[in-house]
Every structure is written in structure tokens, then in C-alpha cells.
Ligand binder design. Structure first.
Ligand SMILES: [Zn+2]
Length: 283
């Protein structure tokens, strides 16, 4: 195999590695990007900002005042950055956290599964109840996101993404000595890319699931009311998924799509672990 091909492949793969590292970590170094992408232009009540800072303090997250809350467009919370970074961190909470009654939920103008919900219908009423979070649920969601921030969860995900092209390069350069084919590197490259991608995907999603469970556990450990909030959240989401699926087959998590290929474990799995934690706390 020509040294030129080898050098070119190395350059491509190391460049890809750097680009992947940059793309996956930029939103955390500049959390305003995440905010801009998903922010709903709703003012954050000062008491909600104070509540996030108080929970962060109780969790020993450094410099809580550098974690800014915003209201996001989705139904789930999200986060980016870290309070020790120059641009701090953000926690995005669903607009449902601002609601006190099901009427407030209806007024949000939410579109679920791409359709407007008839809130006066029996299904609509039930969906509004499922979307209305309890105070414990909101505290759990906040503590869950703070755990992601505290543990710099994005970093291992970014590094894993970044290292995969480098592994492709090294695997492709090592493998030819085991084969007696004409252009081993060229012929083996698609298989190496496929193999590394397959292994990477499995490791990546396993890592994501582990981090999600750890964030649930960390939040639950803040106190029994938090684990109760987590349990309520998971139960409501399981029910909401069922209701939305009944309205539209293509909505939410499709039954045919295994959770091992999504970044979040199933709500059933999360519920089981949170229930076990809650039981322990009662002993
Ligand atoms: Zn999470």
C-alpha cells in the first residue's frame, strides 16, 4: 500500500476527529448556542432561577449563580456547559413547569405529535393532567440536569465521538498484515468503518444510558421528595406515551424502535430504578 494513501487517510481521520470533538463540545463551551436553538421567549420567574441555584448549592455544584435557567420549546429539560467554564452553564426547563393548573397547560399552545390537542375532549383533559408537573417533579428534573452539568457528562460523549475516526485509521493500518489481498487498506476500510461504527454506537448508547441513570440516581439521592418526583415523572411519561400513541401511531417512542438505539433509557427502566431507590430511602 502506498505511503501516500496511508498519510492521506491519517490526515483525514485525525481531521474528522478534531471536527467531531469541536462539533460535540461547542454547545457546552458556548451554552448560549443551546439556549438560542431551543429557547421559548418567556421570562424566567426569579423564584425559578433561585430554586435552581438552591438545588445546585445543596448538590454541591460549584458557582450556582453561573447556571442560567431558560424555558425551552420541548416537554423535556436539557442542559449545557458547566459553571466553571467561561460562559457558564444553562438549564432549559419545559414551559409546563410554569403551569399551576390544567388550564395553564392548555394555554401553552403545545403541539403534540404534530397536531393540536382538543383540550375539551376526555383524552385532552387527561393529557393536560399528565403534562402538569408537581413541584417534586420539577425539583427532580432540575437536579437531574444539574447532575449532567456536575459530572461533565458531555465530555465523555464528545471524546468517544472524537476518538472513533482515529480508531478507524489505526484498525485499517494494522489489519492488512493479517490478510493476503491486493489492496487490503482500500478493501478493508469500509469494513473497519462499519465495525468501528457498530462498536461505537453500542458503547455510546450504553454510556448515555448509564449517565441518564446516574443523573436520576443523583437527583433521587437529594431526598425522598426528589425520588418521588422522579417516580411521578416516569409514571406520567409512560402514560402520556400510551395516550399519544393512541392518538397517532408515529408519535413519541415507537414500540418498534429499541431504546438501545436512543440516548435515553426507557421510562419503564428509569421507573424501576427510581422505585428501588425510593424503597431504600424508606428503610
Ligand atoms: Zn438526562
Amino acid at each position: 500500500m502506498s505511503a501516500e494513501f496511508f498519510t492521506r487517510l491519517k490526515r483525514i481521520m485525525y481531521t474528522a476527529s478534531g471536527i467531531l470533538l469541536g462539533l460535540t463540545s461547542i454547545k457546552h463551551l458556548f451554552p448560549s448556542i443551546t439556549k438560542q436553538e431551543s429557547e421559548l421567549k418567556i421570562n424566567v420567574p426569579p423564584e425559578l432561577q433561585a430554586r435552581v441555584e438552591a438545588i445546585a448549592t445543596s448538590m454541591h455544584v460549584g458557582m450556582p449563580h453561573r447556571i442560567k435557567v431558560y424555558i425551552n420549546k420541548g416537554l423535556s429539560s436539557n442542559s449545557a456547559g458547566n459553571s466553571i467554564f467561561p460562559y457558564g452553564a444553562v438549564v432549559g426547563l419545559s414551559s409546563t413547569v410554569l403551569c399551576h393548573t390544567t388550564n395553564d397547560i392548555e394555554k401553552l399552545g403545545l403541539e403534540l405529535c404534530g397536531e393540536e390537542i382538543d383540550w375539551r375532549s376526555k383524552d385532552g383533559q387527561l393529557i393536560a393532567e399528565l403534562l402538569l408537573p408537581t413541584r417534586e417533579q420539577v425539583d427532580f428534573a432540575i437536579a437531574h440536569e444539574l447532575s449532567h452539568i456536575q459530572h461533565l457528562d458531555f465530555l465523555s460523549r464528545s471524546l468517544l465521538a472524537a476518538v472513533s475516526p482515529v480508531i478507524v485509521y489505526h484498525a485499517t493500518s494494522i489489519l492488512p498484515q493479517f490478510f493476503t489481498i491486493k489492496n487490503p487498506m482500500v478493501q478493508l476500510l469500509p469494513f473497519t468503518i462499519g465495525g468501528v461504527y457498530f462498536i461505537y454506537n453500542n458503547i455510546y448508547y450504553a454510556l448515555c444510558h448509564w449517565q441518564e441513570h446516574r443523573a436520576d440516581n443523583r437527583a433521587g439521592l437529594c431526598g425522598r421528595s426528589y425520588s418521588e418526583g422522579g417516580i411521578t415523572f416516569a409514571k406520567k411519561r409512560i402514560e402520556l406515551d400510551k395516550r399519544l400513541r393512541a392518538l397517532d401511531d408515529t408519535s413519541s417512542r415507537s414500540k418498534s424502535f429499541p431504546t438501545s438505539f436512543t440516548s435515553h433509557p426507557s421510562f419503564e427502566d428509569r421507573l424501576e430504578r427510581l422505585t428501588a431507590l425510593h424503597r431504600k430511602q424508606q428503610m
